[in-house]
Design a protein around this ligand. Structure first.
Ligand code: HPA
Length: 239
């Protein structure tokens, strides 16, 4: 396949930076481009999945929506890595807390992800592949978090196939006991595709709701918390 791809209409590779930040929501991508990047230029609107390229502190960075879930997001991860020579994708999402000390507005960095997805069973048979981020990106996330004075949690996340899942109380309690920090729906796909294509991925989240207390953050609070995560992601992106 060549460019443009079925889902991305950019005609030249240089319309997209080597590092792409990816929220699930395409309107969030637009907001990030308009509020954080200098001179943002739209490179995709196919299926409304808005993607922009601009500059952060003088360095070229792109931001694009991924849609929700492994199925949607993996289409974009694959096409960006395979056909646009993207080297690094940083997911900037929201997640539901599964631990008492992971509070609303906190930031989580996924040191690994587990999932009920079967995408790796064809590849590894009975051996469960552990998906992990690029180690240097992870190190950078730790360094930049300290520099920015952020209280960031590092740990395993659950990338669930279903938002409205039937997970039993027993299994969710086991997940808590084993230290799974939060639930979201894309990072297992990002870490798998990054390894498959020999590229780099990292997932960062702002906690938007809690599966323990049932509380959800207000839109206003979410915006402030998102600002911290975006700064962290952009600092990681420019190295
Ligand atoms: N479940 C799955 N994905 C999510 C959640 C959740 O509770 N919150 C934010 N993304």
């Amino acid at each position: 396949m060549s460019i443009p791809t079925p889902h991305i209409e950019a005609k030249n590779k240089d319309e997209i930076a080597k590092t792409v930040l990816m929220p699930g929501d395409p309107l969030r991508a637009k907001y990030i481009a308009e509020n954080y990047l200098d001179d943002p230029v739209l490179f995709n609107s196919t299926r409304g999945m808005l993607g922009y390229t601009g500059y952060y502190k003088g360095k070229k960075v792109s931001v694009m929506g991924s849609g929700m879930g492994l199925a949607s997001s993996m289409i974009y991860y694959n096409e960006l890595f395979m056909f646009y020579d993207v080297e690094t994708i940083i997911r900037v999402g929201t997640a539901g807390s599964m631990q008492e000390d992971v509070k609303l507005k906190d930031i989580v960095v996924a040191t690994s992800a587990c999932s009920d997805s079967a995408i790796n069973t064809d590849v590894f048979g009975k051996y469960h592949f552990s998906v992990t981020p690029d180690f240097n990106l992870l190190l950078k996330a730790s360094e930049k978090s300290k520099e920015l004075n952020l209280n960031t949690h590092f740990g395993q996340v659950l990338s669930a196939e279903e938002f409205y899942s039937n997970m039993s109380e027993e299994i969710s309690e086991n997940m808590r006991k084993y230290g799974i920090m939060c639930v979201e729906m894309e990072t297992y796909g990002l870490y798998t595709v990054a390894r498959r294509r020999g590229k780099k991925g990292l997932g960062l989240f702002t906690i938007s709701d809690s599966l323990i207390t049932g509380e959800a953050d207000s839109a206003e609070n979410r915006q402030n918390a998102y600002t911290n995560m975006m700064e962290l992601a952009l600092e990681i992106a420019i190295g």
